[in-house]
Ligand binder design. Sequence first.
Ligand code: C2E
Ligand code: MG
Ligand code: MG
Length: 684
Amino acid sequence: MLAPPVSDVLGNSAALCDAVLRLRGPALIAELGRIARSVLDSPDGEYRPGPADGMAGGGDGCALVQDVRYEQQSFGRFIVRGRAYGDADRRQLASLAALAASVLQVHSLAQRSTHAFVQVEAQLQHQSQILDQIHESVLTMDMGGFITSWNKGAERLFGYSAVEAVGRNILFLYDDEDAAFHDAFLEQGGRLMEVRRKKKSGEVFWASLSLSPLVDVHERSIGLIAYLTDITERKLAEERIHHLAYYDALTGLPNRTLLTKLVDQALTVAQRSKLHGCVLFIDLNRFKLINDTLGRKIGDALLCDVAQRFRAVLRDQDLVARLGGDEFAVGLFDISQHYEASMVAHKLLGALAEPFLIDGHDLRVGGSIGISVYPQDGADAETLLRLADIAMVRAKQGGDASDGDDHVAFYSQDMNQGMQERMRIETGLRHALGHGQLLLHYQPKFSISSGHIIGAEALVRWLHPERGLVPPAEFIPLAEATGLVVQVGEWVLEAACAQAQRWKQGGMAPIRLAVNVSAREFTSALPGRVAATLKRYGLEPAWLELEITESTLMHNIDRVIGIMDRITALGVTLSLDDFGTGYSSLSYLKRFPIDTLKIDRSFTTGIPGDANDCAIASTIISIAQQLKHKVIAEGVETLEQLAFLRQSGCDEVQGYLYSPPLPAAQFERALRENWTPVAPERAA
Ligand code: C2E
Ligand code: MG
Ligand code: MG
């Protein structure tokens, strides 16, 4: 048999490839059958897909059967009939089957991998759909914090699209305050935390953040996955709950629970810094009556006003709480003396003194205050509150109150007595100021070289109707604590200038009268007051000197120097009293426009026996010489002291060796007689 022409073979091969690529199912089966018939030029032939069914190759004489198989894979078989077939036909059909098998095999492989690719793509699509569907915002970042993916939740939460966010550093989402914690987050990968983040709109919100590590196929960390949820609502709710739990809903003040907590905390600090602390328990008087007769609404408004007034008279660091009903409590923690607590108590009662105008009613409430002190009375908030409550009840009964309406009592009886004593002095001193019970004594100051009086220190005394002459040490410190020292100081300046005027009019040559000025008087109003007083009495400024203590200089140096400059500009001199007992820095000392340094009496006392006191005194003298200040020693009682001071180069002395403080008339006599009780030569 002749071989078929080449174009036939090619045509059939092309038709075969085309059929396998384009057709499916019955159409493919029919076409493959048609090609078999055409190749063998046979009237009857077909392609039967599926595995072989026993009619293996070779045929039965009236039909040719050829498996279409590629290695182990059987696709089907060709069966042709209708004429007699020879070997050439059999080879033809085998070639066709081999070609068909190859093409079917390649096609099925291609299909399979296409299918796999589509599947992977679909899976990725599903995953990103899942990521986008979940409400949480999920983002990934690399080890440097640069964002590598950003889901829809993140877009919704932050307001940035994936295009805007991917590639930027995660830090751009941080609320500024939190930026510092960035590294901690990276270190704490996998932990859940609450953080503050910033939206595109600038709004800052609370988010719960959970971080888990992102790893590659080799389990190496390549970044982090972050899951964020907005928890601002919950945070706000928590804050509201916190507020409800710790604050009084009516007044907005801390409640008892918070007070107890804060007091206990503060006591721990006070313990370390060795400070006193105290709790004031305040109960309003007459509140129940107002509440019962005018109604709850007015009662509530009154409590709010009271809370406001209390807050206003206290310092920021003081604690005020409402315990319930008409009971309040105050915690003070940085007081150095417990009597300061009674001053605060009186300030609080003072805040109630003005009537409250509510709804057209003119309401008056008083208060009773009990005070307990840490550490004397108790070491914890509960105990202190309980004891302050007991003291308050005592105060209310009025048993402990010494002055009319104000009911204040310490829990400790000793402190009560101390407070009453101080209150007696304070009231007495106010009275003394208005009733001419204060007077001045003058202690002469002497020049060591000439032995002459060169001035005097005016020292205040209180001529008490029952107690006689009260020394200033018994009332000046209290007057300083209460602020009354300002009025005392005004009186002293006035009285000293009035005396100087009398001496001047009596023909006396000017001498310097030194007036002590306490720190509380040393305000910017002082220079003006000094100038006005001198003018009023027609005195030259050479008549006046102000003694200020080192402690005055310790706060706000520039302000103090400004005031000093204005005083010295008047021609009034300044001396630094009690020098050596404070902590003046030498570098500041040279900036102060001071005329004289006054060696404190405590150092003079030790001369010449105490080596330290001698060293201090001679050091002060040489500092004064270096800075071109005069130097005076106070409290000189013995000739030995005088000799040491003279030798060390001290200019002036003041002390009992020469003269105690004298009433004005005696001082005047001493001055007129140019009194030199100790011959300077003799003391040498
Ligand atoms: P100071 O300013 O250091 O006054 C010196 C004190 O030492 C005076 O006590 C004086 O009497 C006392 N004194 C003087 N020489 C001797 C002595 O040789 N031996 C002893 N043992 N004492 C001597 P005084 O008058 O009791 O005053 C005490 C303090 O009271 C004063 O200390 C001053 O700080 C304050 N003071 C007195 N008068 C006033 C005043 O008018 N205003 C202010 N703010 N404070 C005053
Ligand atoms: Mg003095
Ligand atoms: Mg002094």
